[in-house]
Design a protein around this ligand. Structure first.
Ligand SMILES: Cc1cc2nc3c(=O)[nH]c(=O)nc-3n(C[C@H](O)[C@H](O)[C@H](O)COP(=O)(O)O)c2cc1C
Length: 201
């Protein structure tokens, strides 16, 4: 039989996230900060895609994107969203759910300009999620924006390129245990208090 004691502590879920994320950064081959982001239309049709976690603390989990994209349209119409991390190297999963809110213009500016010049150009040139007739069209826009701002060394942040912060109301930690007797612990926010319970796997 396996060791049946709990391995996921009933402590602060943010501290637990930090501990697991730190481990994932040393064990994942790349992009330990990659997470699936699920959004839904107001009539509840879901969609999901990967984004990168670019900041997190007790206020929430932040990613950056183009607000004119498909996800951007869904988020503006229906702020409820879910995040999922799956670290294969650790055999662990974290689910995080709650509403999204746009970050401040200052926060978005600071992050946009912390990125390499070529990344700023690529983002500014992309009408993310809109039809593109030909890849050459995109590359020509990249060239044009690159030339226009090369002497400045930075590109103005397009106002629709922004970040969103998910304020968690539910977080769930899943860990692989021997014989498929896996362990799950769910944290739910009630007022300003986080409660925790184990869940059947
Ligand atoms: C590992 C990985 C990380 C990604 N990170 C981001 C990101 O941080 N922001 C972003 O807008 N798109 C990111 N993408 C691209 C998205 O998955 C997606 O193709 C794009 O945002 C358009 O999604 P939408 O049409 O649902 O809006 C990433 C893709 C992968 C595979």
């Amino acid at each position: 039989m396996t060791d049946e004691s709990n391995v996921i502590p009933a402590t602060d879920p943010f501290a637990l996230f930090d501990a697991w994320f730190a481990e994932a950064r040393t064990s994942e081959p790349n992009d330990a900060n990659a997470m699936a982001l699920a959004t839904a239309t107001p009539d509840a049709a879901p969609s999901v895609r990967m984004v990168l976690l670019k900041g997190h603390d007790a206020c929430g989990f932040v990613f950056y994107t183009n607000a004119h994209s498909r996800k951007g349209g869904e988020v503006l119409a229906n702020p409820q969203a879910a995040l999922l991390f799956h670290w294969k190297s650790l055999r662990r999963q974290i689910r995080i759910e709650g509403p999204l809110e746009e970050v401040s213009a200052q926060e978005a500016d600071d992050y946009f300009h912390s990125r390499p010049f070529v990344s700023q150009v690529g983002s500014a040139a992309s009408d993310q999620s809109r039809p593109l007739d030909n890849r050459a069209t995109y590359l020509a826009r990249v060239e044009e924006i690159s030339e226009a701002f090369s002497s400045a060394g930075e590109v103005p942040r397009p106002p629709h390129w922004t970040g969103f912060r998910l304020s968690p109301q539910r977080m769930e930690f899943w860990i692989d245990r021997p014989n498929r007797l896996h362990e799950r612990r769910q944290f739910t926010l009630s007022g300003d208090q986080w409660n925790s319970t184990l869940l059947y796997p």
